[in-house]
Design a protein around this ligand. Structure first.
Ligand code: C5P
Length: 251
């Protein structure tokens, strides 16, 4: 498949020591489109969804630190399965918006982490391959966003449903997470965004505001975000497909 960037060619020199990676996981949403059920604690494949999300990061040998932004009540008394799950994990109270939650998580990460991955707690099907595609770009000093080309034509509409614009579909990708960034520039981006009162939901847009270059890398159509109740049913089917008798990633 054609991708707008080819992270394979931009890999760091094979002799370079791989840098340490930190993972910031915003998981403090209140699940307003999920009947106010906190998504992180719903079950997927018989385990809490957040635990499924953590698995490929915990299995990654470059990950030295993981900070999870939890809903305020849970951050004071985290669930038993999370406490003692892995010494690299710490948790913080999330904020009123995703932006505040990510900021709390990235500032709680171990300072050894030179590259930071930001990944939605509600995207439990992320794979090692997607994570590594993002890291290959961040390793050379740029930002990376996992995404997938839009198969639908997207319309810009006003509040009355009037169509305002039809952007060229070939140029449109759906942004997913993980997104990966060099640490210091990401911290600067968040500080500046909060100082300026910016309310973007996308980390890469904040990174670009402070002059960072950002590339799209190939995510996957099945790297979905559990937002509505039906998404959980689809995620469960995909999870079973991946972990079924044939193994591998769902196609
Ligand atoms: O609400 P949205 O779908 O954008 O949420 C994406 C991720 O951000 C979810 O994992 C959610 O838990 C998290 N989030 C957060 N703090 C908020 C709002 C959302 O950590 N205040």
């Amino acid at each position: 498949m054609m991708t707008p960037s080819d992270p394979e060619t931009g890999a760091a020199s094979p002799d370079a020591e791989p840098t340490d990676v930190g993972v910031a996981i915003p998981a403090a949403g209140i699940g307003s489109r999920m009947g106010r059920r906190k998504k992180a604690f719903l079950e997927l494949g018989g385990e809490p969804l957040l635990r499924r999300t953590l698995e490929p990061f915990l299995a990654h040998d470059r990950v030295v630190s993981i900070a999870i932004a939890l809903p305020a009540e849970e951050s004071g008394r985290p669930p038993g399965w999370l406490v003692g799950l892995d010494p690299r994990i710490r948790w913080v109270a999330g904020g009123v918006t995703r932006l505040h939650s990510v900021r709390a998580a990235i500032t709680a990460l171990d300072v050894r982490a030179e590259v930071i991955l930001v990944h939605d707690g509600a995207r439990p099907l992320v794979s090692r391959e997607i994570i590594d595609r993002c890291l290959r770009v961040a390793d050379r000093g740029e930002g990376a966003v996992a995404g997938w080309p839009s198969v639908d034509t997207l319309k810009e509409v006003d509040s009355a449903g009037q169509i305002l614009a039809t952007p060229r579909r070939e140029a449109l990708w759906r942004a997913q997470t993980p997104q990966a960034f060099p640490r210091q520039l990401l911290l600067d981006a968040y500080r500046k965004a909060l100082d300026d009162g910016v309310t973007a939901t996308d980390d890469s847009a904040l990174f670009a505001r402070v002059g960072g270059r950002v590339r799209m890398v190939e995510g996957a159509p099945w790297n979905l975000k559990v937002t509505h109740p039906e998404d959980l049913e689809v995620a469960e089917l995909l999870f079973r497909l991946r972990n079924g008798p044939t193994g591998g990633e769902p196609r």
